[in-house]
Ligand binder design. Sequence first.
Ligand code: MF3
Ligand code: CO
Length: 275
Amino acid sequence: MILKRRAELEVMAEAAVINREALEAVEAAIDVGVTTAELNDVAERAIVARGGRPAFKGYNGFPATLCTSVNEAVVHGFPSSRPLEAGDLLSIDIGTFYRGFAADMARTYAIGEVSDEARRLIDATERSLQAGIDAMRAGNRLGDVSAAIQAVVEAAGFWVVREFVGHGIGRAFHEAPNVPNFGRAGTGPVLRPGLVLAIEPMVTVNQTTVDVLDDGWTAVSADGSLAAHVEHTVAITDEGPWVLTAPGSSRANVRATSTTKTAITADGRLDPAGR
Ligand code: MF3
Ligand code: CO
């Protein structure tokens, strides 16, 4: 596991702000009748305008800036020319590289009026993410995070997807460790300050497996269950979890509150003049 120093966390926080602002631009464009391909263009323009680079595009051949996963699609759906319809459940996953560091975030949106069950699914998935974040304290174990997520999902009567997991994140989009959304408290590696994790519960209404479509990417629930997916990039610090992708921060704010000399060069190397 790679631990980041403070100056590196601050660059990751800037990457996360760019990523979140791009997702907010997408949110403003979400509507019945809009296509996910149009949302993808909004995201790409917003990331590039802020000096970032879309992290997913070209990653292992993924063709787009966003993953857009509708209804029974769990993750990794392709943006398409299908207009969104009232009642759809849309999961959007977005990733950005900035100065050599990655940020990763996802949310699930109700399009127009959705079923009660769909609303409860989104709510439980968001609460499970928060429970996982709350367990990200130095000295806790990774299994504490996994178990916290699983407990919230199962208390709501829903199912944790097993086939995909969260992950460490930093200079590489996927770093050790894997972060399952199920597991036993008190097990696994001890969490230390400087570890950054992408926590991303994927939840289906019913107990089901997940299939990948012939496009090689789109992961769908095998039984057609509705699915939700939410994600934050979170650093463990001595002061508790730092949700880098949370709303309410800005790049100016990250810089203004910095306690380090800027020690990362524009191309992402550690500046020997910094610390
Ligand atoms: N958040 C997803 C993940 O961590 C997004 C990856 S999509 C890919 O795997 F295209 F980059 F693979
Ligand atoms: Co991720």
